[in-house]
Design a protein around this ligand. Sequence first.
Ligand code: SF4
Length: 63
Amino acid sequence: MKIQVDYDLCESNALCEAMAPDVFEVDDNDDLQLRTDQTTDANLEAVKRAVAACPRAAISLVD
Ligand code: SF4
């Protein structure tokens, strides 16, 4: 699945990074960066935890 972030909603609080640091990173400018925009067998559960952890509902998974 493809990982999409609504940057208008994101408040760069790094809760997703805490759940899935291989996928999400808040950079030195407080901007959220995606290390990859695709789920894999290895990261899917962590990405799902990140989706659940985001208080702004800014992360979506798209088939
Ligand atoms: S948890 Fe949500 S609001 Fe926080 S940095 Fe990640 S996408 Fe943005």
